[in-house]
Write a protein that binds this ligand. Sequence first.
Ligand SMILES: [Zn+2]
Length: 464
Amino acid sequence: MAKEKPETPRNKVSLASAKAVPIFLSLLVAYASYVVVGPFSIDYLINNEDPEKRNISAGIALPIVWFVLLIPVATSYARLLYVVSKDPGYIPFGGDEAAGAPPPDFWMRDVFVCTPQGLPIWCHHCRNWKPDRAHHNRDTGRCTKKQDHFCPWVGGVVGERSMKFFAQFLCYSFTLSTYLMILMAYYVHKDRSHVQWIVALSLGGFFVFFTLGMVINTMRMIFHNATTIEEAGSRTILMAVVLPPELQGDAIGRPSPIYSPPTSRSGNSDSEQPFVSEIDDPSHSSYFSKGGSRGWPLRRLARSKAWKGTVTYPLPNNLPTDRPPIPAPEPRTFAILETWPGMNPWDLGSTYLNFTAVFGTKLHHWLLPIRHSPCCEHSSAVSLYPLGPQFEEMLEEVGMVQREFRNAQDPGKPRDKSNRKRRPRLGEGWQNGERPDGWISEKEARRVRNQARARMRIDDDFVP
Ligand SMILES: [Zn+2]
């Protein structure tokens, strides 16, 4: 059972804002609706004694447009508040009783965000392992998947499950505010004697500029498949990337000796770098030149700046004892790679692809605040979120994939350096959750996963 979330003063402020802000916004909208319907439409346009100013059709049509624009604002806000209060993408709390339970299957995927030791990242507050792109938020006291920011306007976290509704709410609010501002500006210009119109005009004007800034910032994040947290500073990310079969050893389940963890060789139990294998030892560079004949530019592997080491699962039993052990069924060795500053491995390389990852591909998904984002779906065996061309460039840089040229079809033709446009050879594969050429076949991977699951189930049965 998960622990209840601990109450702190910060939590209480957040909870209070979660309740107060929707009421405050509703009052503002109610007031604007009153001005549009009452003093403006009924009193001025419909019941005006001056036949020059009276305009019954406008008096009916203009409030109708207001309410038509208000409907999507209200529904997207209600949907947003519901998702944010229920689950914007929370990571469950791991209690002490979670010890022994298997964590999410990090190393059964091919790529995951890791620590310098190649472990998944541990949240001390939630006492659980953080999936890729999850971050802890002090206001809610929770880790949220693909967390963007804590939003006081919704009293919660804008994350994986709430980002789309947040963006919809902003866009619809911007439209509504713009309508109010233009409408009031036009009639205030005609007749300045109505104070309520001027109040509604300033209200509309304020929200036009406020929501416009938010819309621009939020859509920029969506178009780049980034989050405010990931964009902050020029931070780098460590990623564990499974080595291709050539580097894994002869067969799955039988790792090549050089990739075994150091604990398995000659009693060396250096706890500072327990998971870095001999691949990082420069004296082993001769090994790489031997491997070069197999088609992989292995020489480059350990020389790249991005290369930080390797980690092989199952891990040796020298983990810190204050966290649950990580059971791992089949040995799999991962390279630990560091992204370069400012790199976004999840940027799918096109604005449209990044947009559809949040909004989906259908027009009604874009408009209606009903369906969750496609990026909430995590069934891919490759990584939690699809990876893009910048990730592939990193693999190229360390030599784990080979660069292909557009004119590579004709081997006799000398390569034109001016035309070194890289074909996105792996892009489709990584994005669709398939492995690129040279990686473990889908069938093999499924067999390994099924074996692992079966073994975990057996292990669970023996837990007293
Ligand atoms: Zn946390």
